[in-house]
Design a protein around this ligand. Sequence first.
Ligand code: SME
Length: 162
Amino acid sequence: MEKTVHMENHTGNNQDKYNEICAMLASITEGVPYTMTNLANASALLNESLEGINWVGFYIIKDGKLVLGPFQGKVACTIIPMGKGVCGTAAQSDSTLVVPDVHKFAGHIACDSASNSEIVVPMHRDGAVFGVLDIDSPLFDRFSKEDEEGLEQFVKTLEVVI
Ligand code: SME
């Protein structure tokens, strides 16, 4: 019996799938002028659309720190200093971080011990970093280049309504 779990099983045809998810996001956020409302539905949409994940949500910059926003998953840490953890590092450097094995990322902040890989994508408002999208997976190496591009496309769609 083949024991390897191939990524295709978890992500399907990624480009088409992310186009569909982004179209759904645009549809559910259209005409909704409330940031928290749109972030809440965005986290729910990703949670029901992506397989092999155990946490998805947002940290928003307040008073120079990342503060927990809408999410789906287990209770998480509430405040992450800029430059700390995967989230704080991605926010400070304003770059997407894909971590195939969180146990090898120095300074990783463990919220759910089940998490083994993670992706963090910075979000912008008025040209500056506003917060991050954070997704955890119990699988190692869950997030492919296509996931990275698809989730950056998702964040661009979200940036229009936050
Ligand atoms: N792992 C993150 C902390 C947030 S939780 O994963 C929800 C980090 O290292 O920044």
